[in-house]
Design a protein around this ligand. Sequence first.
Ligand code: PEP
Ligand code: MG
Length: 571
Amino acid sequence: MGRTVLMGTPVSGGVAMGVVRYLDVDYDSFIKEYIPTDKDGELARFVLALKNAKADLDEILSEGEKLSAEEEDIIDMHLMLLDDVGFIEAIKRRIKEGLGTPASIQKAVADFKNMFEGMDDEYLRDRANDVVDVGNRVLRKLLGMPETKVEGENLVIVAKDVEPALMAGFSEDKVKAVVLENGSKTSHSVIIAKSKGFVTLVGVDVSKASESDGCTALVDAKDGSVVISPDKGEEDAFAKKCEEYEKEAGYLASRAGDPAVSLDGRRIKVAANVAGPDEMGKAAQMGCEGVGLYRTEFLFMDSEDLPDEEKQTAAYRALLAKAGGNLCIIRTLDIGGDKKCRCLDLMPEENPFLGYRAVRICLDKKDMFKTQLRSLIKASAFGKLGIMIPMIDTVTEIKEAKALFEEAKKELRGEGVAFDEEILFGIMTETPASVMMAADFAKYVDFFSIGTNDLVQYTMAVDRGNGLVAYLYDYFDPAVVRAIYTIAKAGKDAGIMVGMCGEMAGDVLAAPLLMAMGLDELSMSPSVAPEVKERIRTCRSDDVDLDKVLSFETAKDVREYLEGLLNKGTC
Ligand code: PEP
Ligand code: MG
């Protein structure tokens, strides 16, 4: 493909150079189009898909010199799985029972994945991802989907969309950048991309790059450009830019462990937003002090069946154990909206973000919620835990959730299970109702965490994933800034902790404003923590004239004021 320049909206800072992997991975639409035959025909199709999947892997192995020893091991492991009688028979049995072939593969993969995840041995636990990769390869063969290799190094993923679970599986060692057509700064796959440190752009017309697989790409998340097949001079100049960026990142990383204390001595806790315990190593390395948001829905999204108490307790315990005694705020299930979950079988809705979501589901499916609460309480024996309920709209919801929390504790006491009696109980403030009711809500909880991703969406009545109305989606809009102030003030007046875990918390421009509003904790993708910490260290907590900012009438005014402070070096 010849030199092509695409433009998009930057999500994370940084620059990256790599090889394009153009992905066309929309399993659901291929499954919808799949026309089944009779059972014998389906069995034959499955056997053929298996054979073709093996042939793919054999071909990759035959190009041995391009593979690292580790990659060779992984492919050997995948070939072994494709020969595993138990795995193959589990799929065939379901096909014979009349479950469609794609669903039979997905079900067997989910069962095997769960089995591996439940193993004590860490090596075997890690094999759960291999099962998913192998199952997907067979599925692609069955459905006749184009094969895109995500193998290789220095990859720039270019795709219309990447579902959150797939994004979560991309390795930080291999992927450098992600260029998407759909998705917004706060869609969930994009949040994952950011947390993995991928240089990320959204809103890019990727149809112009459909022939770019294997080409070199220069991705610049400062100006939002992607250059595919650059000329030599351009590539050399960009390599220098990457070097400088790495140097700057290295400097920030070297200071990441220092606390975020402003010039006048205000200490702000910088915590991590994570999707699971695996991310704790990176969070610590980036200087995060504990966790301000663990999105537990990823435990549920990965799984065909609802995760049981044992599985959930193990995940929460692993997180707490890795936090070195720092507070970990674990959010209860926030499924719905753009986060789908096979194990819950949710009905499609006209307006999913305004529908059956988060605490509304939990208070409806009380057994499921209780299992999560029990798991959390059990895990609390291994660290400092805060439980956080998302999407709270009413005092009644808080009371009901709290009553179930107390009930779960009582049960566990009765069962003689040891746990921490000082678990913090808090809520996300992310709806206009929570702004209006903040002073009342504060009477019932230990902390607020401001979820700006949804607060912007609901305050401005603008779908957080819809590019057409993205111009209205701005956390610097005065309506949102005033909403944040109202929540922060209500929390501070009541003497409870106020944090923020929406994407605004990781924006260096916002840091002095949030500090001026008295926030105690900012929780963010670990990759941006060193930069935010450094910004706080160069500010005074009273640098921002709050009355002035609260009087602004446009987002532009707010932004320009904060940019002005930055450029003047006032903070
Ligand atoms: C938020 O809404 O700001 C938030 C952190 O939650 P999520 O992005 O998972 O909806
Ligand atoms: Mg939210």
